[in-house]
Design a protein around this ligand. Structure first.
Ligand SMILES: *Cc1c(COP(=O)(O)O)cnc(C)c1O
Length: 355
């Protein structure tokens, strides 16, 4: 069959979580951010594996994602919804016991009216100007907010992947000052990048996402995904013959060309053709040549004595950030764009006996 195979190593995700957890002190809880279907890797498989590894607190972007996660995890997990409480969310939050991260005065009013007594968190904008209450509004309303007994007060760093950026310390200062009024409420500022900035950024809970899935800025992350593309056809081309749309590649010498089954419709965006991308036969790197088509990619396999059934475009040698860099984007976008045409195979993640 011509379906490419995406392998997702749940044990590697758990290893990455443990490695990130080890970056903060034992008093700091390490949660997991599983928005956008666990960064495209499948929340129904990723979440139970992480829960079995000891993760208790999860974040998603939408209430609908939270409802799906609740059905997967059962009632023990704590689930926060980063977009907060949007019109129509109250019923979902109530039914699935989701904690909205209240982001504005309007959301606070809506929570008081519709969900009072339920779990919530409050998000402060400490300088990114994307989501969250203005610090002054947070302070002015802190008696009312304290009355909600929020499970968490959080904020998000704009530049945590740039350790020297002055906005990091500035956001920490603003967050610390705004939340001083709510002593006793747990606080959270750091995602993957913030964990790596060091202990001053950790507060009570850290919220890694991309680092769990093998992406930068967590350099030490182990690879989580591999992607093997079936070889449909191999042909010999003579010098001067061209390959693919636009006749973009011309053989300089007699060459063997393999055509593999995946393309931009599978998230292997056309722009990866602008970089230095290879497909792997074991350890042997074969250059991608020509333009990426909707369902097909062409590869110079002249270096191989024998062309295998599959060539790998993601593995331990070439990761999501390598493809992202070739395409001028980031690993996050690559992961969340991986298409749903792949056959997905999950490895590991078996429930460890808890007793
Ligand atoms: C996406 C997100 C995270 C996780 O960020 P990573 O960089 O993937 O670790 C944490 N907190 C908030 C508010 C987010 O939007």
């Amino acid at each position: 069959m011509a379906r490419a195979r995406l392998s997702i190593d749940l044990d590697a995700i758990n290893e990455n979580w443990r490695a990130l957890d080890a970056r903060s002190g034992p008093e700091v809880e390490t949660a997991a951010v599983l928005k956008a279907d666990a960064y495209g890797l499948g929340i129904t498989r990723v979440a139970p594996a992480l829960a079995a590894a000891g993760v208790r607190t999860f974040f998603v972007a939408l209430a609908e994602e939270g409802a799906e996660l609740r059905e997967v995890l059962g009632l023990e997990a704590e689930i926060f919804v980063l977009s907060g409480l949007m019109p129509g969310d109250a019923a979902l939050c109530r039914e699935f016991v989701l904690a909205p991260c209240l982001n504005s005065v309007e959301q606070i009013k809506e929570f008081a009216a519709a969900l009072s007594g339920g779990p919530c968190a409050v998000q402060i904008d400490s300088g990114m100007n994307r989501l969250g209450l203005e610090p002054a509004d947070f302070i002015a309303r802190s008696p009312e907010i304290a009355g909600f007994a929020p499970r968490l007060v959080l904020s998000h760093l704009a530049c945590s992947d740039l350790p020297a950026h002055p906005l990091n310390t500035e956001q920490m200062r603003v967050f610390g000052a705004a939340t001083a009024a709510l002593a006793g409420t747990r606080r959270s500022l750091a995602a993957t990048g913030g964990i790596l900035l060091g202990g001053d950024y950790h507060y009570d809970l850290v919220r890694p996402g991309i680092g769990l899935f093998g992406g930068l800025p967590f350099l030490e992350a182990g690879p989580v995904v591999s992607l093997a593309l079936p070889v449909i056809q191999v042909r010999d081309v003579m010098p001067g013959e061209v390959v693919g749309y636009g006749a973009h590649w011309m053989a300089p010498v007699p060459s063997r060309v393999a055509t593999v089954a995946a393309g931009y419709a599978d998230g292997l965006i056309r722009a990866i053709g602008n970089g230095n991308v290879h497909l792997y036969a074991g350890k042997t790197a074969c250059p991608m040549i020509g333009r990426v088509s909707m369902d097909l990619i062409t590869v110079d396999v002249s270096a191989l004595d024998e062309v295998p059934d599959h060539l790998e475009i993601l593995n331990g040698h070439q990761g999501i950030d390598d493809l992202a860099q070739a395409a001028g984007t980031i690993g996050y976008e690559f992961l969340t764009s991986l298409g749903d045409r792949y056959e997905r195979a999950y490895k590991g993640g078996a429930l460890q006996s808890a007793t």
